[in-house]
Write a protein that binds this ligand. Structure first.
Ligand SMILES: NC(=O)c1ccc[n+]([C@@H]2O[C@H](COP(=O)([O-])OP(=O)(O)OC[C@H]3O[C@@H](n4cnc5c(N)ncnc54)[C@H](OP(=O)(O)O)[C@@H]3O)[C@@H](O)[C@H]2O)c1
Length: 250
């Protein structure tokens, strides 16, 4: 039941965001906290950024917890989710945000690079969702939101492993939406070019020029779409929302 004593849409709810220490993941953590959620997030190497994200979450007044986690290991995922659940008292929203990205010509992609990409972008969201599903059901229902990519539907020739992993994740979103219904809604937000610094790299300038909106998106714009799926009607599931300034149309 929503908490009607609070005007915040996620008051009384708890969210876990993977890879939430920096960049898009941090923006999602802060946005969901501003909407009233208690927030746990995972990080792998970015301990200093995680410390800063926790500081900002505390500044919002949110219950928060940063958990060190390597998403390659299912036993570690089990422990991290149990820690988050124990600390926050419940879990209602899972955001599979952590991911890997690299630019490699097709014939130069090594076995290890292919496997690492699938591990981070496809296997980890599966493992986290499988582990979280009973916890979400325990509250009568919950929401899983995956971070896809415009690369799932556009064929970028030097990102074969990345594009394939994100296409897999978007389809996994649809399959999980059926498999976990009716208690759990599963949707995806798929960003296009997102920029973090005012000064763009040459590649970012090229992609921004190609984007119909003529700019890169902001992490906060991705977070807003994630919040929409975290708060929307219980009748929306299995959907992919592109937040790409129209790049997928080009
Ligand atoms: N940025 C964009 O323009 C863009 C465009 C399309 C889609 N996306 C998607 O949106 C999401 C967020 O994007 P982003 O650019 O903010 O992501 P990012 O900085 O590339 O990665 C987010 C976090 O994922 C964590 N991570 C990666 N591999 C991991 C592993 N094996 N175990 C645990 N954590 C791992 C890293 O944590 P640590 O730093 O702590 O190691 C990293 O900070 C990603 O899924 C990305 O694919 C982004």
């Amino acid at each position: 039941m929503p908490d009607f004593s609070s005007p915040l849409p996620l008051a009384g709810k708890a969210a876990l965001i993977t890879g939430g220490a920096r960049r898009i993941g941090r923006a999602i953590a802060l946005d969901l906290a501003r909407a009233g959620a208690a927030v746990a997030f995972t990080y792998r190497k970015s301990a200093a950024d995680a410390f800063e994200t926790e500081r900002q979450l505390r500044g919002i007044g949110a219950s928060s917890l940063g958990i060190q986690l390597d998403l390659r290991h299912s036993h570690a995922i089990h422990d991290a989710l149990a820690t988050a659940h124990a600390a926050l008292g419940r879990l209602d929203i899972i955001v599979n945000n952590a991911g890997r990205y690299e630019d490699v010509p097709f014939e130069a992609i090594s076995d290890a690079q292919w496997d690492a990409m699938m591990e981070a972008n496809l296997r980890a969201p599966f493992l986290v969702s499988r582990e979280a599903a009973p916890m979400l059901r325990a509250n009568g229902g919950g929401r899983i939101i995956n971070l896809g990519s415009v690369g799932a539907s556009r064929a970028f020739p030097t990102h074969a492993h990345y594009c394939a992993s994100k296409a897999g994740l978007e389809h996994l979103t649809r399959v999980m939406a059926r498999a976990l219904a009716p208690e759990i809604q599963v949707n995806a937000v798929s960003p296009g070019l997102i920029t973090f610094e005012p000064e763009l790299t040459a590649w970012e300038r090229k992609m921004a020029a190609r984007t119909p909106m003529r700019r890169g998106g902001k992490p906060e714009e991705v977070a807003e779409a994630v919040r929409w799926f975290a708060t929307c009607s219980r009748f929306v599931t299995g959907q992919v929302l592109l937040v790409d300034g129209g790049l997928s149309l080009v």
